[in-house]
Design a protein around this ligand. Structure first.
Ligand code: GLU
Length: 292
């Protein structure tokens, strides 16, 4: 990869960063820096009901405390309404969208996936979601760490929601519109986002844009196998213990840590991490129990 590499970290401000988010932040940062690239931060404040007041500012302060400085202005999804509306208009003009008023319960009664029940109903907006017709499902992609990853064919074939019933833009739409706008060349993120990658690749193709490459890092999980997340109250990163947590993140990402790292400053640690970063040494599990 050349220095045209552009990576990003895209947290949702639904709570403070925890060790799982630190892995995505550090992994995407080191991969960008090891490729002499640019590392961007995007605040995915797309869903006000799930947002926690002050979380976005708290996330940024925490990133700074870890020495993870972003290279360009931060993008906020809450300021991108026009771009998302334009994208929806573009897809609608191609007759690729339709309204759907099915409830989750109605969909589940017919099977695990949405079967296109509303496709020919000619519903209009108003208590309805907007779905995208999937003409050419993307049921696999090549991940830089995992190689070929297959996506469930029925899931890949589903006409998925791009504008929600409650008026909010859907994650897959926003993430692709923004990855295009920010010129992202590689997406490095947690393995919980492997499945949506197919939908995102389909959107890149519809927009006629080159897709980034993908690298999905192992998720940090609790002893019971559940993902460490804001929802299950993962402890917030402790900004008085930056070095310890950064070294723990390096260890999780299979960097060859040693006792001497304790003597380095935070910028020196990140420099060391950049020099020792190796995708081929990364653990290939999709999820790893936290064992600090
Ligand atoms: N905002 C998403 C999250 O916090 C990440 C989106 C992405 O990296 O594509 O889980």
């Amino acid at each position: 990869m050349s220095n045209s590499y552009v990576g990003r970290f895209a947290p949702s401000p639904s709570g403070p960063l925890h060790f799982g988010s630190l892995i995505a932040a550090v992994g995407s940062y080191l991969q960008a820096k090891a490729n002499h690239g640019t590392w961007l931060v995007r605040i995915e404040d797309l869903d006000p009901p799930r947002e926690v007041a002050g979380a976005a500012a708290n996330i940024l302060t925490t990133l700074e405390a870890f020495g993870l400085h972003w290279d360009r202005e931060i993008m906020y999804q809450s300021q991108r309404t026009t771009a998302y509306q334009d994208a929806i208009a573009f897809l609608s003009q191609q007759n690729l969208t339709y309204f759907c008023d099915c409830t989750r319960k109605q969909i589940q009664a017919k099977g695990a996936f949405y079967q296109g029940q509303c496709k020919h109903k000619q519903l209009t907006a108003g208590n309805a979601a907007l779905r995208l017709t999937t003409t050419t499902p993307v049921d696999y992609f090549i991940d830089e760490l995992h190689g070929k990853i297959d996506i469930n064919k029925a899931l890949a074939a589903e006409d998925f929601i791009i504008h929600r019933k409650d008026g909010l833009f859907a994650y897959n739409l926003a993430v692709v519109v923004d990855d295009i706008e920010q010129g992202i060349s590689q997406v490095v993120r947690g393995a919980d986002l492997i499945e949506p990658t197919g939908r995102q690749l389909y959107l890149f193709a519809l927009f006629g844009q080159p897709a980034p490459s993908y690298l999905h890092l192992p998720l940090v999980s609790n002893a019971d196998g559940s993902k460490l997340s804001k929802q299950n109250h993962a402890p917030a990163l402790d900004t008085s213990q930056v070095k310890k947590q950064l070294i723990a993140a390096f260890k999780f990402l299979a960097l060859p840590i040693s006792a001497e790292l304790q003597d380095l400053s935070i910028p020196q640690l990140l420099q060391w991490g950049t020099e020792h970063w190796s995708v081929k040494n990364l653990p290939r599990q999709k999820s790893i129990v936290l064992n600090l």
